[in-house]
Design a protein around this ligand. Structure first.
Ligand SMILES: [Zn+2]
Length: 57
């Protein structure tokens, strides 16, 4: 048994549902390329929505 295990925080990737070890920040996606792509896509989609709201307002 490793004592360091207690310090590791696990999270479930929102994209693939796999468990991973948190890097420190609130992490929602694992480090796999496809999941990072999804993360980036969601980020930009959110930004788009924000700018749309601004322009339509
Ligand atoms: Zn993932």
């Amino acid at each position: 048994m490793d004592n360091t295990d207690t310090k590791k925080a696990l999270f479930v990737c929102e994209a693939c549902g796999k468990m991973g070890v948190k890097n420190g920040n609130r992490q929602k996606y694992c480090s796999s390329q496809s999941c990072q792509n999804i993360r980036n896509a969601r980020k930009s989609a959110r930004n788009k929505r924000r700018t749309n709201q601004k322009t339509t307002y």
